[in-house]
Structures are given as C-alpha cells and as structure tokens.
Ligand binder design. Structure first.
Ligand code: NAG
Ligand code: NAG
Length: 277
C-alpha cells in the first residue's frame, strides 16, 4: 500500500510538472511611447488548452478561448492599453502600451486545461514604466575661471525622462545639501509623460583652492537607479587684480549709492510739494 501511494505520488508529480508555463517574457522596463510585447510559452502535456488569461495586477486584460468566437477578448483597465495579441497551441503574445505614469505592475499569464480538471498554471513578472534620458545632463553658468570670493550661479539641466531625474550637486566629490532657497524645477510633460528637471547651485569661489571641480548627477529613482552626470572645472584666481582697480570699483559704488540717495530725496521733495498744493 505504501509503495502504491508512493508510485501514485511520483506519477502525479511527474505529469503535473509537464503541464506548465515554460517561459514568461515581460520587459523589466517599458517605455510608454512604444508598445511592450509580453509572451507566454506553455507545455500542455496530454491536456487540452481551455483558456489563456493575462492579468495586470488583479485585473484581467486579455483572454484566449480556442473554443469560442471570437477566440480573443481584450479588456481595458486603467494603467495600460491592450493593443492586441495572438495565441497558438503552445504560446500566447500580447502587445500593451502602458499609461505614461512611472509605475510598477505585475503581469501574470495563466493557463487552464479543459474540464473536468481545469488545471491552472500561472507565472508572474513585474514591469516598470520608465523612459531613459538620451543625453547627459548639461551644466550652464560655470565660467572657466573665477575671482576668489566671486558668487556663481550654476544650473544643471537633465534630459527628458520618466520618472524625471533627481539632481544632485557635488563640489570636489562632496555632496551639496540642497538649501530651501535653491531653486529646482520640472518642465511640462512631453509625449509619453517625460519631464526634464533642473537644479540651480549657488556657490562662492573660495580663495584657498586653485580649482573647483563641480559635478552634477541626474538619477532616475528606479531599481536599480539609472545615473548620468556632467562635470565642470572652475579655476579660481587669488589676488591677481591691482589695488587701484579694486579701490576704483569701491569708489564707483559709493558714488552710485550717493547719487541714488540724492535722487530719492529730490523725488520726495517734489512729491511733497505737489501733495501740499
Ligand atoms: C479600449 O479603449 C480604447 C480607447 O479608449 C478604445 O479605442 C478601445 O476600443 C477599447 N477596447 C476595448 C476592448 O474596450
Ligand atoms: C535652469 O535651466 C532651465 C532650463 O534647462 C530653466 O528652465 C530654468 O529656469 C533655469 N534656472 C535658473 C535658476 O536659471
């Protein structure tokens, strides 16, 4: 009796492993501007195929019933447009176009055999909606050379992507904490929901260092993250300007301030004359 049970167990386990989904192909990343192809290959063993169903998370998006007309039915669900598909005895392919939203969803292929048994086989893989940048970020506002103490405003612009890139600045390989007053932004979405992001960096060219190496890193927050970067080197000059020039600038600015005060005072006098009339 024991042996009989063991034999039965072996027989069922070997036959059930022959009826299976042998391969499920789902792209890891899908660009919302293009169709993504999903494919499912299965071994029916001695069974007859009853149906093949595709799901996005819990929602059915596609059904193939070889015994019915039409044999293929598509279901619209939020998050994906089902463009079409084709099925044969041992495989089923579906074309989908994900909504332009950076999201991850599980795609399941489920096969079922004819009754009375209706054996089910199922495989699932995740697909993340993303669109890669086609170029490195660009740093603008970085002069080749600067005076010690000079205030600089740099801007790093990342290419269009989905999700939009997070931008980080490094000076001599040190991450710059982003201050609340530092500006950053996103472009309007392009076709497929891609956006370009930018972040400004205010910095003071310090006197001690001969050169500043600034690096801007644009990262798409995916698993694993996708990074691209750009660098710029700014030479910093110290004490290379004659005193006369510096003093002259000082005098000019004092004269300008005095002129400004005089103009304000004169305007005030004129206004008070008019209002007193
Ligand atoms: C799905 O939605 C698209 C666009 O809204 C429509 O053209 C198509 O006919 C719909 N398909 C089904 C099966 O409802
Ligand atoms: C930075 O560049 C982007 C364009 O790439 C622009 O829209 C934005 O206004 C710039 N920011 C600053 C602070 O200059």
């Amino acid at each position: 009796m024991k042996y009989l049970l063991l034999l039965m167990f072996l027989a069922t386990s070997s036959s059930s492993s022959a009826y299976e989904i042998s391969e499920l192909r789902v792209p890891l990343l899908a660009d919302p501007r293009r169709a993504a192809e999903l494919s499912c290959h299965f071994n029916m063993d001695q069974y007859r195929l009853h149906s093949v169903k595709w799901y996005r998370d819990m929602d059915e998006i596609f059904r193939y019933n070889p015994q019915q007309t039409p044999s293929i039915r598509l279901f619209n669900v939020s998050g994906v447009m089902v463009l079409g598909g084709s099925c044969q005895a041992a495989r089923c392919e579906v074309a989908v176009r994900p909504a332009p939203v950076a999201a991850r969803a599980l795609y399941t292929c489920e096969t079922s055999t004819e009754g009375p048994k209706f054996l089910i086989a199922r495989e699932t893989k995740a697909m993340t909606v993303a669109a890669m940048p086609t170029s490195d970020p660009v740093i603008s506002g970085a002069p080749g050379a600067a005076r010690a103490g000079e205030q600089l405003l740099l801007n790093c612009s990342a290419d269009y992507s989905l999700p939009p890139a997070d931008i980080r600045w490094y000076i001599d390989d040190q991450l710059q904490k982003s201050e609340s007053w530092e500006r950053s932004g996103l472009s309007a979405p392009s076709e497929g929901g891609l956006r370009a992001s930018w972040r400004a960096l205010r910095l003071s060219a310090a006197a001690a260092r001969g050169a500043l190496r600034v690096r801007c890193e644009a990262e798409l927050p995916l698993q694993p993250p996708v990074r691209r970067d750009a660098t710029a080197t700014i030479l910093v000059h110290t004490g290379t300007y004659p005193d006369k020039y510096v003093a002259g600038r000082g005098v000019t600015s004092i004269v300008n301030k005095a002129m400004f005060v005089i103009v304000i005072f004169w305007t005030f006098l004129k206004t008070s004359i008019f209002t007193s009339l």
